[in-house]
Design a protein around this ligand. Structure first.
Ligand code: ADP
Length: 254
């Protein structure tokens, strides 16, 4: 991706490698994202997309490679990575998972404030006020006192998104946010993500929803077998893919 203003990338990952036992899952992944950009990762199941996302969030530790956040110090995974650096990575982003992972015994509001209040230790009244605004934004203000099981899957996933926003991260990471939903609930969740993208949130999204990718992405990476086979603007990837592997994948999925 080229930028003319020369600003440092919000996220720059270079040559990420990761193996699980003898299974080499990432074979040198580069990913750059500038503030306000939406990068979408597509590719067949098992190609390493989730592992990339988890590496960006500090949930997974690559065997080698470098990640730098917002022009800050490089985290070199080939060196012994200080725990503090891993935490810095985790603090800069918030992840929305395939399954929302809400705490079943807490209300919607309590789920949303858990991170900013108990982990980030911000004042409770401030955090509650912000959470209510965010819930209102995704149409769930009236569900603040409900328990997760009283909500539809799409509503639960929207709470998952609000929970990520409440952490005020620099970067949102979405790991197949709609793949566990019934088809009729997918649209409402994609709409929220698209609105956040339009508002200028920086995000990396793993998804099989290609029409969403086409509309929302600034940049698309097609992964297969632990490498980025092809990347470019959505129009190029979807309308004129250059690589045969990309063409085959798109034919299969469209
Ligand atoms: P994708 O998101 O593209 O489906 P993943 O990153 O989830 O791909 O997985 C890539 C490969 O890594 C798969 O073969 C998967 O089985 C393997 N894998 C992922 N996480 C682990 C883990 N924690 N332990 C062992 N193997 C893993």
């Amino acid at each position: 991706m080229s930028r003319t203003d020369g600003s440092a990338a919000l996220l720059a990952a270079t040559a990420l490698h990761k193996s699980f036992g003898s299974n080499e899952v990432l074979r040198g992944i580069d990913l750059t994202l500038h503030r306000g950009e939406v990068v979408v990762l597509i590719g067949p199941s098992g190609s390493g997309k989730t592992t990339v996302l988890r590496s960006l969030n500090g949930l997974e530790t690559p065997d080698s490679g470098v990640i730098a956040v917002d022009g800050g110090p490089e985290i070199d995974f080939a060196a012994k990575v200080a725990q503090k650096q891993r935490f810095a990575l985790r603090d800069s982003s918030a992840m929305v998972f395939q399954h929302h992972n809400l705490f079943p015994h807490l209300t919607v509001l309590e789920n949303v404030i858990e991170g900013p209040w108990r982990v980030q230790r911000r004042p409770k009244d401030e955090v509650v006020a912000e959470a209510l605004v965010l819930l209102e934004r995704v149409g769930l203000a009236d569900k603040a006192d409900a328990r997760p099981h009283q909500l539809s899957g799409g509503q639960q996933q929207r709470v998952g998104i609000v929970r990520a926003l409440a952490l005020k991260p620099d970067l949102l990471l979405f790991d197949e946010p709609t793949s566990a939903l019934d088809p009729e609930l997918v649209g409402e969740v994609l709409l929220v993500i698209k609105e956040l993208a339009d508002e200028g949130w920086s995000m990396v999204v793993v998804t099989h929803e290609l029409s969403f990718a086409r509309e929302a992405a600034d940049h698309v990476l097609f992964m297969d077998g632990g490498v980025v086979v092809e990347e470019g603007a959505p129009e190029q990837i979807f309308e004129a893919p250059r690589e045969e592997r990309t063409q085959r994948f798109l034919k299969r999925i469209l």
